[in-house]
Ligand binder design. Structure first.
Ligand SMILES: Cc1cc2nc3c(=O)[nH]c(=O)nc-3n(C[C@H](O)[C@H](O)[C@H](O)COP(=O)(O)OP(=O)(O)OC[C@H]3O[C@@H](n4cnc5c(N)ncnc54)[C@H](O)[C@@H]3O)c2cc1C
Length: 181
């Protein structure tokens, strides 16, 4: 069996609940005073860190707004994950977006909220339990898309042969149980 239930993994395999939380990613779009600096010819996709605030974004595709998405705090239980953003959080997103691009209007013109499973050190869990009969990939921590080909290969190898050259030591359950050991 292969378990890849993303943010819901710890509900299917409760033993993982002490290793995984749920990150709530908000996507937010803001209107700049001057859109020309935010078009694809001028602005690449980007990531920025300010102290403990991490944000990612992309150039304007619609020609009037730009995506700037500061990370929200993690939530403990996916069932209690907020599906909407209160005004206070929308204002926080706008304030953070303005730290990166002072020319933005801090009022988001569009936004949405999406979950991912999160491990404490952002390394995924790609390992087996049940004497090798159950393979698990979880804790993608906002990185599962770009690494999908190689992490998927690691998972397939584990399911078929019990081992994989792509399973880094940091992806094992032993690492997540004792990250410094
Ligand atoms: C807004 C946002 C932006 C992102 N941007 C990037 C990026 O730019 N680059 C990058 O590398 N990564 C990015 N990521 C992270 C990436 O999308 C995730 O890490 C990746 O999708 C996680 O894959 P997954 O298979 O673990 O979980 P998911 O993609 O969440 O898939 C889990 C699936 O399991 C299903 N499921 C749950 N429970 C059950 C069940 N009981 N039975 C059957 N099915 C079940 C769910 O419906 C879901 O389809 C982003 C994530 C978000 C939310």
């Amino acid at each position: 069996m292969i378990v890849t239930a993303g943010p819901w993994t710890a509900r299917l395999v409760p033993g993982l609940s002490r290793m995984l939380t749920v990150a709530n990613f908000a996507l937010a779009w803001f209107m700049p005073a001057d859109i020309s600096a935010f078009l694809p010819a001028r602005l690449p996709g980007f990531m920025r860190d300010f102290g403990d605030m991490h944000a990612f974004g992309a150039p304007s595709i619609d020609g009037f707004s730009v995506k700037v998405s500061p990370h929200l705090p993690t939530v403990a239980n996916p069932a209690r994950r907020p599906m909407t953003l209160p005004r206070e959080q929308l204002r926080w997103l706008g304030t953070q977006a303005q730290r990166i691009f002072p020319g933005l209007d801090p009022e988001p013109v569009r936004w949405s909220v999406h979950p991912d499973s999160q491990s404490p050190d952002s390394r995924p869990i790609i390992d087996t339990i049940g004497e090798g009969r159950i393979s698990i990939a979880a804790g993608m921590s906002g990185n599962g898309f770009k690494f999908a080909p190689v992490w998927g290969q690691a998972l397939a190898d584990l399911a078929l042969t019990g081992a994989s050259p792509w399973q880094d030591a940091e992806f094992t359950l032993a690492h997540h149980a004792d990250p410094v050991g």
